[in-house]
Design a protein around this ligand. Sequence first.
Ligand code: FDA
Length: 307
Amino acid sequence: MLGPVILAASRSDRMRRFVSAAPGTKQVVNRFIAGETVDQVVAVVEDAAAKGLEVTLDVVGEDITTPEQAAAARDAYLELIEHLKGLGLGPKAEMSVKLSMFGQALDGGHELALANVRPVVEAAAEIGTTVTLDAEDHTTLDSMFAIHDELRKDFPQTGCVIQSYLFRTERDAIRLAANGSRVRLVKGAYNEPDTVAFQNKAEIDKAYVRVLRILMEGSGYPMVGSHDPRLISIGQELARRAGRKLDEYEFQMLYGIRSEEHVRLAAEGHRMRVYTAYGTDWYGYFMRRLAEKPANLLFFLRSTITK
Ligand code: FDA
């Protein structure tokens, strides 16, 4: 019940001001956000690499309102890629982007987002890595998939995300599995109406398994984005049945969530990539993490009250 309320609050400017100013916020935010600056996140990437983990890096921010902000988002990623150059990690450090941060919702937003994301994909390719397009709310997805198709003409390694809570996702998975895409499957983190999405956890989980089977049996590269222990073992089993080797799929989890599991899966020989978000515009990302687990909200309220 709390999840949808927190997700609605994630779109409120008044709540944004309240949460940002609340004492104790910083302590809880730091659990999910790997720092505010490029130097801080680079240190986290080096630490992850030393533990045998791979990363996908997200400069936090979304729903920008001007073309200048969209250009600034592009530049933030270009600066990040410049810093990654020296580390020589290649595909072990890739980028995740939200097209809303690149201007997708503005006038002429589809073309603007494509124009802003292309130089990021090019710069990533120059250092031997790639970019994955995150999935946002369902109204943005046709544009996201069209941009994904366009980018793949020159950069076939460009990835995208699909969400098992959406009714449309099995169809999307069939298309992407057949065309050899890199695809991250997640449950979905937005407030979606019952006209487009399953509302019930059991149905979302069942859909996750159906879609994962399609991806594992297809010709693409599946990225299993979940912390759910049951789905992770089902993922291993589906990969085995599909005859995939350990380097023909990967697991992905979020920075700050089930960190011991990241290390355990990597130690078992799995490719394990940690979605590592950093930057100052953390509000939307942070609120989705609170919505996923009510205990996070209690922890947040406790640290705010006891400050
Ligand atoms: P579930 O929510 O059932 O959680 C399983 C267990 O994981 C919980 O019992 C708990 O132990 C732990 N857990 C999960 N979330 C937690 C949290 N916030 N805090 C503490 N513990 C937590 N969504 C989207 O719509 N678009 C996207 O592009 C992405 N991208 C993305 C990348 C990666 C790498 C991951 C792992 C996830 C996303 N997501 C996403 C988020 C995703 O849709 C989903 O909301 C979360 O992963 C939570 O779902 P789980 O599969 O982990 O299962």
